[in-house]
Ligand binder design. Structure first.
Ligand code: GLY
Ligand code: MN
Length: 461
């Protein structure tokens, strides 16, 4: 964990964003997989980790904005717990490590909150995303699960987003540690992309590398020769020469900082001319978008920059036609790239998505579009120094989408459907990197993973 001062300072900063009342931050609990004591791997809540640092289940933190006092709630382990699961520091010792003076058994939390509610004080809480915490919040605050997201504190959400969006130098170091593991995951997958191998053999190897890096994968691995399915978690295909293998995966390090990279490899080591054409357009969109990153630039503009590169490239291949700038504005390119250019990344791979995408990626100046494709852009607002975000353009040939748009006669002035149908079965290409916004520009985080056509082909020599 970071120093005691880190957590003290973060809590002090948060208090400046919320006027009065009580901030309640719930940690996560162990969740059963198939019976009570057989649990999923524990993952602490990221916001709790950010302000209270304790990577242990069954904890909650309270910050009293009127008295200025913080309290850590949790239960000391029993002798039986120690026998089965080993010793643990006392909750008071955990509190001491993060600079919190007061600690109490978890059962005392309800009383503290009900006294505050009786006194008419506001309890600020975040939108819960796990069933266990929804039930707990109902018990603590009397708010039904279905109403909790709507009654979460906007003041608190905005304060958390303001702080967590701008990464500290020590957080960048942690992301780069995760990136070392991610480099090995991706280069291993690229070398393994040979005819005859099964997708699960590669994804399994990658999960093992993530675990051997001291953490885990930052999200379920997306790995498929059917890369046109954007989040394809099915790993049951056998690779054959001529396929494209799309691998979108990341590592999460021991401190729970994530990475998120995508690479697309030709099975058997060489791209066909048609694959090269599409790959090069995506590569250009990736590189040019990264080069445009600097403080003050709206990420929405960089999204449109990459969409225009994709549109113009597809026009050269005869897949699109007409005025590409107009096509992109109206959303016609979304037939081929129906997602946004990227998202914030930190302790969560889609950082703070649990708090609400629009609070993280948009603001008073930039509102989310409702046009198909552009609406999936998770980050639109102006970039600031210290933001970490992904840049992940792609081109996909999704049969159901091509058929539907053609049947509807959609954007016939911009799309050559006859040509698009020739690409059915092609799959998809996506290229993704993790970028830090610096004083005057950007830094591509982690050791570069092979990306040019020559570099990628060389991986299977
Ligand atoms: N890497 C998966 C995603 O960004 O949605
Ligand atoms: Mn991503």
């Amino acid at each position: 964990m970071f120093s005691k001062e880190t957590y003290q300072n973060r809590r002090e900063q948060l208090k400046k964003h919320v006027k009065d009342g009580i901030i309640l931050l719930l940690g996560n609990v162990d969740v059963p997989m198939n019976y009570r004591s057989n649990t999923y791997k524990f993952r602490q809540d990221s916001t709790f980790l950010y302000f209270f640092g304790i990577d242990h289940q069954g904890m909650a933190g309270v910050m009293d904005l009127d008295s200025g006092k913080d309290i850590l709630f949790g239960n000391d382990v029993t002798l039986e717990d120690i026998i089965w699961m080993g010793p643990q520091p006392l909750v008071s010792e955990k509190a001491e490590r993060i600079g919190v003076q007061d600690s109490a058994p978890f059962s005392k939390l309800a009383g503290v909150l009900s006294d505050a509610m009786k006194a008419g004080r506001t309890i600020h809480f975040l939108p819960p995303y796990r069933a266990e915490n929804k039930i707990l919040l109902e018990e603590l605050l009397g708010i039904k699960p279905g109403e909790q997201a709507g009654r979460a504190s906007v003041e608190l959400i905005k304060g958390v987003v303001a702080l967590r969006s701008v990464k500290e130098d020590q957080e960048i170091i942690e992301i780069e540690k995760a990136a070392e593991t991610a480099w090995l995951m991706h280069t291993t997958a690229m070398k393994m992309a040979r005819p005859g191998i099964w997708e699960y053999e590669i994804s399994g190897k990658m999960e093992g590398i993530a675990a051997a890096g001291g953490g885990m994968h930052s999200f379920p691995i997306i790995l498929s020769i059917r890369g046109e399915t954007l989040h394809n978690h099915y790993h049951g295909n056998q690779l054959k020469k001529g396929d494209l293998l799309l691998v979108d995966a990341g590592a999460e390090n021991a401190m729970h900082y994530a990475t998120d990279h995508t690479r697309t490899s030709p099975v058997g080591g060489s791209f066909s001319p048609r694959q090269k054409d599409i790959y090069q357009i995506v590569l250009d969109a990736n590189v040019k978008a990264i080069e445009a990153i600097k403080p003050g630039v709206p990420f929405r503009d960089i999204h449109f920059l990459s969409a225009n590169i994709i549109g113009n490239g597809l026009k050269e291949l005869g897949l699109m036609k007409g005025d590409i700038a107009a096509a992109v504005e109206l959303g016609a390119h979304a037939l081929f790239m129906p997602h946004g250019l990227g998202h914030m990344m930190g302790m969560d791979v889609h950082d703070m998505e649990d708090l609400g995408e629009n609070y993280v990626g948009y603001d008073e100046e930039f509102k989310r579009s409702d046009i198909f494709g552009t609406a999936f852009l998770r980050l639109g607002r102006r970039l600031q120094k210290g933001f970490v975000l992904t840049v992940e353009p792609g081109i996909y040939f999704i049969p159901a989408l091509i058929e539907k748009w053609e049947a509807e006669g959609k954007f016939t002035e911009f799309i050559n459907y006859g040509k698009a149908k020739e690409y059915i079965g092609f799959g998809g290409v996506r290229l993704e990197d993790d970028i830090l916004v610096t004083d005057n520009g950007y830094r591509n985080l982690g050791k570069p993973i092979p990306k040019t056509i020559e570099e990628v082909e060389r991986m299977q020599e």
